[in-house]
Design a protein around this ligand. Structure first.
Ligand SMILES: C[S@@+](CC[C@H](N)C(=O)[O-])C[C@H]1O[C@@H](n2cnc3c(N)ncnc32)[C@H](O)[C@@H]1O
Length: 291
């Protein structure tokens, strides 16, 4: 097992209100947010056993990083949110691969997640993120198998799709793509460009699952109990779900899921109260399909 990473002095806000410190990664603010879902998948099952995603890799990765994520775990609503979305995405992907056995899966902005562990039906899987994150993956994760592929990309550049270097057989049938916990950190024009690239290139029947915050959350990351510690900011949110499909004529909304459901009746009630003002759910998972 590689030695824990050395953590240089960090610039971002890392002191918790109670005084405990979070070991931040040697990464800029946005990529360093990958610790938040990693911590939830590693240890969130302690607090929400019914949503435990049984991630066999996450705890070992945290150990190798030597990261103290106790403050992220103390942010229980976010832990619950991550476990809920992981299970939703996992179930959606399992259904997709059952219907399209030779299909490829792509995880855009994968962080240190490992969805392939839950998807034996996926013929091939490609994890893509910024170069610094892909270097971290190479350092921490076991040698990839023949089904596992990777690409260093920057979704803020117009040539991210060719940078995936998908072989022709990946595009011979619908493909599965996911972009989880990523797009809210991009500018609206960049999000539009990501969706347009996907819709321009992915074969018909392909799906993209993404998560989106409501407009009212834009610029408010400092108030978020976990993201606020990283120094990252939210730049993109939606006012209604049709904004997603309006970005390209080939995109249709396959399905959507409201995070309020994981907070039970109270969450649904509060959401119903706020809805007239905020338009979209506070946090949505949307599945877009290429027609
Ligand atoms: C909150 S983390 C989510 C990681 C992973 N999807 C998960 O749920 O565990 C945000 C991720 O988005 C990636 N990301 C942010 N901007 C990106 C960009 N322009 N291109 C590619 N990846 C990006 C970050 O590097 C980071 O891994």
């Amino acid at each position: 097992m590689p030695a824990p990473l050395h953590h240089p002095p960090t610039a971002g806000p890392s002191a918790t209100p109670g005084g405990a410190r979070i070991h931040t990664l040697p990464l800029p603010p946005v990529p360093s947010t990958l610790l938040i879902p990693l911590a939830a998948r590693a240890h969130g099952g302690r607090y929400f056993p019914q949503l435990d995603c049984a991630d066999t890799q996450a705890a070992g990765l945290l150990q190798q990083l030597g990261a103290d994520v106790s403050a992220y775990l103390a942010d229980r609503p976010t832990v619950l949110n991550v476990l809920w979305r992981t299970r939703r995405i996992r179930a959606l992907a399992q259904d997709f691969f059952a219907a399209h056995p030779p299909a490829w899966g792509i995880n855009l902005g994968c962080g240190l997640s490992q969805y392939l562990q839950w998807l034996p039906g996926a013929a091939h899987w490609l994890d893509a993120d910024l170069p610094a994150v892909m270097a971290l993956r190479r350092r921490l994760l076991p040698t990839p198998t023949a089904r596992q592929h990777s690409a260093a990309i920057d979704l803020q550049t117009p040539d991210w799709w060719p940078a995936l270097q998908l072989p022709p057989e990946a595009l011979a049938q619908p493909l599965w793509a996911m972009c989880e916990g990523v797009l809210m950190y991009l500018a609206p024009a960049q999000v539009r460009q990501v969706l347009q690239e996907f819709a321009d290139h992915a074969p018909p029947g392909s799906r993209l699952v993404l998560d989106a915050i409501a407009h009212c959350g834009v610029g408010q990351a400092g108030w978020h109990a976990s993201v606020g510690r990283t120094g990252a900011q939210f730049h993109w949110g939606i006012g209604c779900l049709s904004e997603l499909t309006r970005m390209h004529p080939r995109l249709r909304l396959h399905s959507s899921y409201n995070v309020a459901e994981c907070y039970g009746w109270l969450g649904l009630w509060l959401e119903a109260l706020w809805r007239p003002w905020i338009g979209a759910p506070l946090y949505t998972l949307a599945v877009l399909e290429v027609t």
